[in-house]
Design a protein around this ligand. Sequence first.
Ligand code: NDP
Ligand code: OXD
Length: 308
Amino acid sequence: MAFLYHADPSRTERWRKVFETEAPDVPFFSAADEPDPAAVRYLVIWEAADNLAARYPNLEVLFSAGAGTDQFTEAHLPLDIPLVRMIEPGLVAGMVEYVAASVLLLHRDLIGYIADRQDRRWDPRMIRPAEQRRVGIMGLGALGVAALAPLKALGFTLSGWNRSPRTIEGMTTFTGAQEREAFLAQCDILVCLLPLTAETEGCLNADLFSAMPHGAGLVNVGRGGHLVEEDLLTALDRGQIGGAVLDVFAQEPLPQEHPFWTHPRIFMTPHIASMTQPESGARAVIDNIRRHRTGEPLLHRVDRSRGY
Ligand code: NDP
Ligand code: OXD
């Protein structure tokens, strides 16, 4: 019974150390160790490769190295092999920080001040109090809910939209397609924290932008596939969207000639909103391996029929 770590090689030794000290009964291998594929029962991987079950014939659980699992289709992993997404305190904390920073960037128009600085323009603008800024989160899952705490502490007026109903103290929640318009109409800043599925692909589009207040801000930390990039450029040019913080893109790395690189109303980062921390990530996996071996339900198992 072996565990194979097949993700970012620069983090291998940190994962290995946790396994060797906290789970010495689970033999740890990295891809560079080239273990016998038949010995691999548990695998952590980020980029989906060919049919993993064929490559590792005794695979019992596949762990995604990240929270999103849209890269794993049935072609990569048969539906009967459990797929587990990464939810661990380090990854959650990273997203909480990034969403708070992005909302503040838009709220205080720091994107505008970055452009002003480049043009040597001194143009102070009136500050709008946080309680007068309505921030809406699309996707009230593990990360969407965690992201609420600092925004609440800063005094923003919060709301959320989700597929199934949610009741969260201190905020208004909206459910499903029938309440989507009402949700969007009251979002001065919209944060996308949805998983990428057939239903959510392309959801950040012209129709959605036109349902939001004129000049609203957008934060996309979900997946590049959520955003129709040309529609965002049009909405920015028209002022319908006032500014956007983007961490994920249809094509990553973003091609050199892409218009987002130089757009004055876009602040972007190279898919770093959050990342799995080796120590807490390894502990989360060890915990789930123990659960699996004792027949307990796995935590954060993906519902393959739903796609997340
Ligand atoms: P979860 O699976 O915990 O939550 C997803 C939420 O979205 C659920 O509450 C779900 O509703 C809701 N949802 C799903 N489909 C729809 C829909 N069609 N309409 C409305 N609501 C919907 O995911 P996480 O919070 O852990 O992560 C969200 C995403 O964040 C990941 O899938 C990944 O793509 C992205 N991510 C990005 C990172 C980055 O660095 N940029 C890092 C980590 C994650 P319900 O309650 O009904 O199931
Ligand atoms: C993730 C990511 O899904 O980093 O964890 O995008």
